[in-house]
Write a protein that binds this ligand. Structure first.
Ligand code: SF4
Length: 99
């Protein structure tokens, strides 16, 4: 049995990952829009890295730094053309630490 002092939360484990930013070359882009679709809006809730946010105009923006490449946003909006999704270039992006 694990004591409360040694239990790890998901956030604690995620904090151990590292991210190498490819400056000026975001690997995910949101297509310009006036009003977000329901799926695009949902990204502000479902992205585990909280990369998607609403700006003061009610439009969805992304800051891809910290993306865990889980593919959730690609499933929701990749086929609709609302986002352009690519893996980061080699050597950039998330560096997972397991354990
Ligand atoms: Fe967020 Fe996953 Fe999309 Fe990255 S791939 S932006 S972590 S939903």
């Amino acid at each position: 049995m694990t004591s409360a002092a040694t239990k790890s939360r998901v956030e604690d484990k995620l904090y151990q990952n590292r991210y190498l930013v490819d400056s000026g070359r975001p690997h995910i882009k949101v297509r310009p829009h006036q009003k977000p679709s329901a799926n695009l809006l949902a990204l502000t809730h479902v992205c585990p890295a909280k990369c998607y946010e609403l700006n003061d105009k009610g439009q969805v923006e992304i800051t891809a730094d910290g993306c865990m490449e889980c593919g959730t946003c690609q499933i929701l909006c990749g086929t609709t053309g609302e986002i352009e999704w690519n893996y980061p270039r080699g050597g950039f992006g998330i560096l997972f630490k397991f354990g």
